[in-house]
Design a protein around this ligand. Sequence first.
Ligand code: GDP
Ligand code: IMO
Ligand code: MG
Length: 431
Amino acid sequence: MPGIIVVGSQWGDEGKGKVIDVFSAQSDFVVRYQGGANAGHTLVVNGVKTVLHLVPSGILHPKTTCVIAAGVVLDLEEVVNEIRSLREAGLIANPEQLKISDQCTVLLSYHRAIDQAREKALGKEKIGTTGRGIGPAYEDRAARKAILFGDLFDEAKLRAKLEEALQEKNFLLKEYYKTEPIDAEQLFGRVRELTKELAPYRAKDASILVHKALKDHKKVLFEGAQGTMLDLLHGTYPYVTSSSTIAGSAFIGTGVGPHAAQKIVGITKAYTTRVGSGPFPTELHGDLGERIRKEGGEFGATTGRARRTGWLDLVALKYAIRVNGITNIALMKLDILSGHDKIEACTAYRLDGVEIKELPTNTADLSRVEPVYKSLTGWKEDISQVRAINDLPQAARDYIQFIGNELATPIDVVSVGPGREQTLWIKPLFN
Ligand code: GDP
Ligand code: IMO
Ligand code: MG
């Protein structure tokens, strides 16, 4: 089966959007299978930046079909906004380019309101969510109360579900969180308007589409959102998102079997970043962290928040390789590490004086570990104009080789800038 899963191997924002855009030139389908508008995937083409939250990152390629599959929580306002701005830019001229599953969970204003109210109530203990309503929307799905995308096309059903939902949500908003309730009639009217705009993109059963594509040997990319360490089950709980972000989620979120992927590409930043609260063993707090944040432009694509920054964490990456089954790595933002005398990479942790090589799954323990670093020689040259691996400075090549060896996983792609052309291929994508 010619499917490739593209998954974030750290805490998100590794550069998945860029990789999907570049890989899409050789692909027929791109499928978003989990998460929602908490994602911010940045594409840069000829210096023009596009940030996507829900629409798959293959959308700049007119011949690629983009699918929003069942596992996604679909923010109606956000997806309509995105479609409008893409259309204004002359894209998605053909609605067949974007297909939305009837099984997607619809995310509405009350989910966002509850997410934000809950974070406010948590105060210093907050998760640091994106405030996009992701948790509350997935809760509704698990509680079997969600409005599905397919429900929008049956007005009587939609009205009944919306009224039922608002009885409970408004009680919570008004009585518990002491915030404004949501007007059912107004929301119903708005949802009807948004549904009209989304009707041309309705796929009904999107799993049939993807299944057929795989059967016909079409090239299918599964676009992960967030990153491994934000996975609901396998991440740094409770400082995680509310969906499964690891590769296995691609099958569940799309509705295809596990044999659908021949390759799992772990998108890996050459250093580490994290947005929101939670443990981050290699975090740099001083000038060095600030320098990486500034040079890497490490500010959230969704919320604009400053991202926390630190050195590469090989212990966490080995964990990511294991829980995802990562077969290949795309190493991103190597250009940002230019100009450092020394580059550190964390090869082990020390916990209560004992050196450990496995990531502790207990978040309290992970918060206490001290990183053990291996120091590597840096390089001075700007590498953003380099177009072949062999033209990189020796120290940069040594860093790549060191990472590949430590992780025992081949690095297929190295990225030296946000643009498509700033991509160095070591191995072809489809073989
Ligand atoms: P995603 O959420 O994984 O898609 O990543 P984001 O788009 O949130 O963040 C990655 C940022 O790094 C974006 O601004 C990209 O344009 C940018 N980027 C991606 N690859 C590279 C690279 O190799 N070098 C540099 N300098 N920027 C990159
Ligand atoms: P992409 O796809 C980085 C983080 C939030 C917060 C936690 C929970 O662009 O890599 P949520 O709103 O999901 O309930 O927030 O998860 N988070 C991300 N961090 N990149 C993302 O997506 C993220 N999506 C959620 O900052 O810590
Ligand atoms: Mg992002």
